[in-house]
Write a protein that binds this ligand. Sequence first.
Ligand code: MLT
Length: 407
Amino acid sequence: MITINDNYLKLQASYLFSDIAKRVAAFQENNPDKQVIKLGIGDVTRGLPPACIEAFHKAVDEMADDSSFRGYGPEQGYDFLRNAIAKNDFKARGADISADEIFISDGAKCDTGNIQELFAKDIKVAIPDPVYPVYLDTNVMAGRTGDFQNGRFDGIVYLEATQTNGFVPSLPEEEVDLIYLCFPNNPTGSTISKAELQTWVDFARDNKALILFDAAYEAFIRDDSLPKSIFEIEGAREVAIEFRSFSKSAGFTGTRCAYTVVSKDCRAFDSQGNIQKVHELWNRRHCTKFNGVSYPVQRAAEAVYKEEGKAQTAELIHYYLRNADRICEEIEALGYDYDGGKNSPYIWIDGRTDSWDFFDMLLNKAGVVCTPGAGFGKCGEGYIRISAFNSHENVDEAMARIRRELS
Ligand code: MLT
């Protein structure tokens, strides 16, 4: 008899963004003439930077010719891209990361979801609430939780991020082994200072724990005093893994390219308490289950680090941040409390009502799609998230419609 992994039955209905897409599709079917403006899922809307397109085309042409054709590439990624990342994203900011500590992949979603495979089933996992649902769901799938009760899974240590702590969770009071952190945060848009992040690194060192640091939104940091990488923090090499993506920084959501940084000093322990190198384990997993990102995509990603690429991606980020400013101004004028939007493409709004009701009201009355905060965890109830990823025109129109409905 073929039996399933029962842990999948514990999962809550469908994945958050599939749920939203279904509601939007139903609305569109009933209102075919209404133009829906999507400020829900954080999906970019502008074309790829010209420098990336040029490199992409050139690499596709190389693939057409026997003399320059490439078959399987290195699973960890081509050196040209790993070197460019190490130099520009880490060494330039004083973070000691070398090219062979960078693993190129097709997405931070996959990497943040897959990484937990390396760790024992009985570890204690700490996950922020609210947060990107992938961290929790993949640990549920792996069987690290009990049942779902009162909006929480038994066995998980929830790190509450609320208005009281400025949406930056406090250190856990109990022992934990694996800690997920995401800054700038998805969904709240909150950021963490170097001093605060240092306390997490120290905690991980003191407690033989490991931090999974999701920095997918680092490109939106405008305040230069904030860390873009956990490797800017002393002592992080041994106790942290970082996830980055070209999705939001260079518009690669449909192109797919990301990377994970596992330093050669990163350590975990086997069941006998002996130190094991996580770099070797992740390398083993990557080589077994992944065959590399396509050559043209890696060339397109490399172009992000050329002079024109840097200027064009900066302009792209600036464009979306202008939307974020616009959304913040409007929400403030309407008298709602909000966080984020300053160093993040997400604006986290206290809707003062059930977050799915608020979502339905905005969709049905204004034809605007947001993301209900409850989909990111119990602490997200009452909030909605608005994303700045859209054109200036659509954001202006969406905010005008919201103003009409809410004022
Ligand atoms: C989000 O809207 O939270 C993200 O776009 C989802 C993702 O990156 O997978």
